[in-house]
Each structure stands twice: as C-alpha cells, then as structure tokens.
Design a protein around this ligand. Structure first.
Ligand SMILES: CC1=C(CCC(=O)O)c2cc3nc(cc4[nH]c(cc5[nH]c(cc1n2)c(C)c5CCC(=O)O)c(CCC(=O)O)c4C)C(CCC(=O)O)=C3C
Ligand SMILES: [Fe+2]
Length: 368
C-alpha cells in the first residue's frame, strides 16, 4: 500500500495552487482485508451494529477466502490514487494526495489526525463511490465527520457518476467487451449492474424532492442510458443488482443479476455484456459476485457472458476526477463554476441538506 508522506502544508505563494483553498486531497475508499487474518476483523468493522445475519458474514468470509483472504480493492485504489496524484500534478497542483479508508488501514481515524498534526486545515475528500445514497455517500460523510479533529475542515466533491468522464470510460469498456462477443445482436443484451441496497434506503437517497424511485436508481438509469446510447445503441439494456445482504424479509433493489440472467435465458437471449457501472474498480462484489457467481449462472444457462472492465485508471475517468476536484476548489473560492454533466442528468451536490441520503434505519449522525 502506497502512503504518500503527509508532509507540511505547501507554502509556495508565487503560483497559487489550482486546488486552493484546500491544502490536501484525500481519496476516501472502503478498504478491504489484506490476508486471511484480516477478514473477520474487517467484516466486524463493516457490520458493527448493523443486524446482518451471521450466516451472511460466514458466506461473505468464504468469498474472501477464495482469494486468499485478500480483496483486490486496496491495490486497485492504490493505482487510482497514483493516477489521480499524477493527473493533479499535471494540472499544476502541488498538494499531497493521500489515502484514507473507512474500514481498513490506513484508516480515516488515523489519517485525519495525522493531517491535522502536520498542519493541514482544509482537506478536499474524493470518495471512491460515485452515486448518492446512504451507503454510497452519506456513510462516507458520517465517517469523515467522526474521524476529523476539530481543527480540520473536510469538504467533498460532488457525486460524479453523471460526469462525462465516468460515462466515457464505461463506454470504452463496454465497447471492448462487446467486441469479444460474436452472437446474433437480436439475442444479445447489455446489462448494467450495481450494488443492491434496501428499497427504503433507495427511496430516501439524494436530496428532496426525489425522483419516484429515489436518486440512487435515477442516477444509475441516467448513466446506463448514456453508456448504452454511445456504446451499443442497437441493443436493449437493463439495470440489475448484485450483492444483496440483510434479512431476507427486507426488500432490496431487484432484479438480482442471477435472476435476470435466468429470465433472459428463458426468452432466448444467448449473449450478455455485463457493465458494472456501480463500482469504480474491481472490488469483491465484481470479482466474486459477478466474475464468479453470475458467470457460473450464465454458464449453467448456456449464455455467453462477458464482464466489461470497471473504470479503474482509465485516463478519461481520472481526468474527470481531477475536473470535479478543481471545480470544487473554484466553488470554495466563490467563483462561478459550470459543472460538466450528462445532458439532462442530475448534478451531484457538494453541500448536502440535512435530509439528503438519510438511512431510514438509523438516527441521523453528524456528517461533513
Ligand atoms: C451501495 C454499496 C456499495 C457501493 C458504493 C461504495 O463503494 O461504497 C458498497 C460497496 C462495498 N461494500 C463492501 C463490502 C461490504 N458491504 C457490506 C454490506 C453492505 N453494503 C451495502 C451497500 C454498498 N456497499 C449495504 C446496504 C450493505 C448492508 C449493510 C449496511 O447497511 O452497511 C458488507 C457486509 C457483509 C454483507 O452484508 O455483504 C461488506 C463486507 C466493499 C468492499 C469490498 C471488497 O472488499 O472488495 C465495497 C467496495
Ligand atoms: Fe457493501
């Protein structure tokens, strides 16, 4: 794991840093276990006080065990961190760009006090999650608020899934995946996949007023529509969900990707491209739930399935992250900004109202 040294606050007053008034950039990731001994402590940390059934934890622990107790997430995030660091440097910023995780080392709880101790006072956070909802946005904001010492202000960039950079990178990935299939276009489908969340959480995602299905689903539909229109205008597409957990009695977003594949096979579909637009790099959900579980379902059904790449370090995506960071800094300086966004799609908020992305099952906690 790469730890850029936190270092002193840059004091080059001759050329103002394009990320001023911020004095550091913090990439905020979920974090994942590095080996077999980390898996249980990691899962306990993620699920603390959440009422997730033990069977589910055992099951998820087994997914990690298949990969030697190690999630790909830390390495993938590290690659993104390096790519972002060099992109921001190319754009003229000298600020340190460092990593803090919510659930594994280096933990936000350590990194934010270290930043403050090194003299930093105003940090710009970029989360590795691109969409609004409690799980994918507010929970990050809550963890940041809990970890930040009083002298440190942490602000964040907008949810960036509707930025054209994210969409363009997914268009390339889908194009490449499609070129690996040679089936009849009439029986080929494009399926966008994201993380399932409880229906109630989806309905309370984003600020009010909300789209009928909540902003989590609304945003995914906008992204899916835009990627499909560019990458495969001739193919029908659908949005499916993976990685549901929680009690079986609690409704979560559907269709599950495995159920959708089953329905598609019954309708004569022969070829499917799966585009994991819900994830910005290869996490356990991608390498297990899609590459292992959904791939096995497809094989049993006789469907040829290709999984499109996650955006990872695609230069268009990384440039988009740099764009939203520079845009946020300009906003913080009180300048007028013109955020790039898909035509007709929602623009993420940089400062959220109190009722944004609430978790219906938890009293509101302080959030940045
Ligand atoms: C929307 C969403 C994202 C995408 C946005 C984002 O990226 O943040 C995401 C990402 C991730 N989720 C991850 C891991 C886990 N999520 C869990 C549980 C849950 N996730 C939820 C939602 C999401 N999760 C929800 C509603 C729960 C139920 C409990 C709760 O209300 O919190 C559990 C507990 C076991 C289980 O229930 O499966 C684990 C271990 C990892 C790391 C994977 C790795 O190691 O590579 C990543 C990137
Ligand atoms: Fe999760």
């Amino acid at each position: 794991m790469c730890r850029d040294s936190i270092g002193p606050v840059p004091d080059d007053l001759l050329t103002p840093d394009p990320l001023q008034p911020y004095d550091a950039v913090l990439l905020v990731s979920f974090g994942g276990p590095e080996g077999p001994d980390d898996v249980l402590p990691f899962l306990r940390r993620v699920t603390a006080g959440r009422g997730i059934p033990d069977e589910r934890l055992v099951e998820v622990g087994e997914h990690y065990a298949l990969f030697g107790g190690r999630s790909p997430i830390n390495q993938r995030t590290d690659e993104q961190l390096r790519a972002l660091r060099s992109e921001l440097k190319n754009r003229g910023s000298e600020l340190p760009v460092i990593l803090g995780n919510r659930n594994w080392y280096p933990l936000l709880d350590e990194v934010l006090p270290e930043l403050a101790a090194a003299g930093h006072r105003r940090v710009l956070a970029i989360t590795t999650s691109a969409y609004p909802s409690w799980s994918s946005c507010r929970q990050y904001r809550e963890n940041l608020a809990a970890a930040a010492p009083a002298e440190l202000t942490v602000e964040r960039v907008r949810n960036y899934a509707t930025h054209p950079g994210f969409v363009t990178a997914n268009v390339s990935a889908v194009g490449k995946a499609l070129s690996e299939l040679s089936g009849d276009p009439a029986t080929t489908r494009l399926v966008f996949v994201t993380h399932s969340i409880p229906d109630q959480m989806a309905l309370s995602s984003g600020p009010e007023p909300r789209d009928r299905d909540g902003e989590y689903v609304n945003w995914h539909r906008h992204v899916a529509q835009a990627v499909a229109a560019e990458a495969a205008p001739e193919l029908p597409w659908e949005l499916a969900f993976c990685s549901r957990s929680g009690a079986p009695s609690q409704p979560w977003l559907e269709p599950d990707i495995n159920d959708l594949l089953t329905d598609m096979a019954a309708q004569g579909v022969t070829d499917v491209v799966i585009s994991p637009i819900g994830f910005i790099s290869d996490h356990m959900e991608v390498v297990y739930d899609l590459d292992h579980e959904a791939a096995e379902t497809a094989e049993e059904l006789g469907i040829r399935m290709v999984r499109a790449a996650t955006v990872g370090t695609d230069p268009q995506f990384i440039a988009g992250l740099a764009d939203v960071a520079l845009e946020r800094a300009a906003e913080a300086r009180g300048e007028q900004v013109h955020p790039a966004v898909l035509p007709g799609a929602p623009i993420g908020l940089t400062v959220c109202p109190a009722n944004c992305c609430v978790n219906p099952r938890q009293p509101d906690k302080p959030a940045i």
